[in-house]
Design a binder for this molecule. Structure first.
Ligand SMILES: Cc1cc2nc3c(=O)[nH]c(=O)nc-3n(C[C@H](O)[C@H](O)[C@H](O)COP(=O)(O)OP(=O)(O)OC[C@H]3O[C@@H](n4cnc5c(N)ncnc54)[C@H](O)[C@@H]3O)c2cc1C
Length: 391
C-alpha cells in the first residue's frame, strides 16, 4: 500500500536511511518495501523525487469525508454525570468549532431524565440517548455494542471518553470492533492543520510527550484523563437536539450480570475533586511521619495525596497516588511535602493553581514548578504550620 513509482525512483537510499522500522531497502537501484512497513510516511517526507505515495483510501478502505462530527461519551454513574464528561464537552467544543461540525454527547442509561439538558448546557449541540433497562448497570459488552451501533449509523469523525474505570474498560473494545485506533490517557487534543486529531499523551515513562494521529481510519478515538481539560461554563439557556435511539435487544444482552453495587462510604475527600490537596513523599520517612500530612490536610479541609514512593512504602493506599500511574489532580492549592518532583509525579499535579513545596534540598526539581517554596526540614515546618492553623 506504499506505492513506489519505479520510474521516478533514483535509488538514492534516503528512504532507507530514514525509515524508523527498517522496512524499505534499495535493491538493484530501486526502493523495495517489506512487511515491516507501518505506513508512517517518514520515507515520503524524505524522498526528494516524489517517488513514494500512500493511497490513503485504499489503506483504510473507507471514505474519510463520510465521517463527520465530534462525539463525547457521557459517563453517567451513581445517578449523575461524571465530571470528566463536562471536561470532554469543553475540549470537544473547541475541536468541533475548528472542524466546523456539531458536538454531540452519547448517553446510555436506563432513564435519561434531565441529563440531556445538563449536557446541552455544558456544550453539546446534540444528545443521542439510548434508554433501556438493560443499560441500568454498566457492562462492557452491552455498552460497547450500543456505542458501536450508534457510531456505525451516524459516523462521527471523533469519539472522546474519560480515561476512567468505565472508559478504560469498554472504549478499547469499541475501537477494535470499529476497526480503528485509540489513543489512551491523552493530556492534550488539537485539530492539526491537516484536519486530523492530534492526540498527545506521555510516553516512555513520562519522559516524552508523544503526539499520535489516526490518519487513515475513522472514528479517531481518545480517552482523556479526568481533571486535565477545562469544562465550559454551564449555560442553561443553550438549546440543542435530543435524539432518542433504540438498540436491538440482542445487542444489549451481556455476558455479565451485576448482582450488587456497593458504594464506598468514605469521609475522605476524593483527591481528583478536592480544592486542596496535601501530598506527602518519601521525605516523610515513616508511616508515623506521614500522619503530619494527613493532619495538615484535615486542618485545611483538603484531601491527602501521595507519591508512588509513599504508596509503595505502604504509608497510604493507592487511591491517594498522584501522577502518571495514579490520579491527576487540578486543585486550587497543592502542598507537596518531602517530594522531589519526579516527572511521573509532576504530570499528575502540575495543573494545580497554586503549588507550595516543602523540601530540605534547595535544588529539588519540585521547586521548578512551585509558586512558593519552603527550603527546610518538614519535621520542623509541618508541626509549626499545624500549630499555627490550630490556633
Ligand atoms: C513508569 C513509572 C510510573 C511512575 N508513576 C508515578 C506516579 O504515578 N506517581 C509518583 O509519585 N511517582 C511515580 N513514579 C515514581 C517516580 O519516578 C519517583 O520515584 C517518585 O515520584 C519519587 O517519590 P518521592 O518524591 O516521594 O521520593 P524521592 O524522589 O525520594 O524524594 C524525596 C524528597 O524528600 C526530600 N526530603 C527528605 N527528607 C526531608 C525532610 N526531612 N524535610 C524536607 N524534605 C525532605 C528529599 O530532599 C527529596 O527531594 C513512577 C515511576 C515510573 C518508572
Amino acid at each position: 500500500m506504499l506505492i513506489i513509482d519505479t520510474d521516478a525512483c533514483i535509488g538514492c537510499g534516503l528512504c532507507e536511511d530514514n525509515c524508523p522500522f527498517d522496512a524499505i531497502h534499495v535493491e538493484e537501484g530501486k526502493a523495495v518495501v517489506g512487511d515491516e512497513c507501518t505506513l508512517c510516511g517518514a520515507c515520503i517526507d524524505h524522498c526528494e523525487v516524489d517517488a513514494l505515495t500512500i493511497d490513503k483510501e485504499e489503506v483504510a478502505g473507507i471514505d474519510l469525508d463520510a465521517w463527520s462530527g465530534v462525539w463525547v461519551y457521557a459517563e453517567y454513574r451513581n445517578g449523575r454525570i461524571a465530571p470528566v464528561t463536562h471536561e470532554l464537552l469543553g475540549v470537544g467544543t473547541d475541536l468541533a468549532k475548528k472542524r466546523g461540525v456539531k458536538l454531540a454527547a452519547v448517553l446510555l442509561c436506563e432513564s435519561a431524565g434531565d441529563v440531556p439538558a445538563e449536557l446541552i448546557a455544558s456544550g453539546a449541540d446534540i444528545v443521542y440517548t439510548v434508554e433501556d433497562p438493560a443499560l441500568k448497570d454498566f457492562t462492557d459488552d452491552a455498552y460497547g455494542h450500543a456505542l458501536e451501533d450508534l457510531a456505525l449509523k451516524y459516523k462521527p469523525e471523533i469519539i472522546l471518553a474519560g480515561a476512567t474505570a468505565i472508559g478504560r474498560s469498554f472504549i478499547p473494545m469499541v475501537a477494535t470492533t470499529l476497526g480503528t485506533g485509540l489513543t489512551a490517557d491523552c493530556t492534550s487534543l488539537e485539530i492539526g492543520d491537516d484536519g486530523h486529531l492530534h492526540q498527545t499523551r506521555p510516553a516512555f515513562g513520562g519522559n516524552i510527550m508523544a503526539t499520535i494521529m489516526c490518519p487513515n481510519h475513522r472514528p479517531q478515538m481518545s480517552t482523556v484523563r479526568p481533571m486535565v481539560m477545562q469544562a465550559n461554563e454551564s449555560d442553561a439557556s443553550r438549546t440543542g437536539e435530543v435524539i432518542s435511539e433504540t438498540i436491538a435487544p440482542e445487542r444489549l444482552i451481556s455476558r455479565c450480570r451485576v448482582v450488587k453495587s456497593v458504594y464506598t462510604e468514605s469521609n475522605q475527600v476524593n483527591i481528583t475533586e478536592a480544592d486542596v490537596v496535601v501530598s506527602g513523599g518519601r521525605g516523610l520517612e515513616t508511616a508515623e511521619g506521614f500522619r503530619l500530612v494527613e493532619e495538615l490536610a484535615d486542618l485545611l479541609g483538603g484531601a491527602v495525596g501521595a507519591t508512588r514512593a509513599a504508596v509503595d512504602a505502604d504509608w497510604i493506599g493507592y487511591p491517594h497516588q498522584v501522577g502518571q500511574t495514579g490520579k491527576t489532580v487540578a486543585s486550587k492549592l497543592y502542598v507537596a511535602c518531602g517530594i522531589s518532583g519526579a516527572i511521573q509525579h509532576v504530570i499528575g499535579m502540575k495543573s494545580s493553581e497554586t503549588i507550595v513545596a516543602i523540601n530540605r534540598d534547595e535544588k529539588a526539581t519540585i521547586f521548578d514548578i512551585a509558586d512558593y517554596g519552603v527550603v527546610g526540614d518538614l519535621f520542623e515546618i509541618l508541626p509549626a504550620v499545624i500549630e499555627k492553623l490550630k490556633k
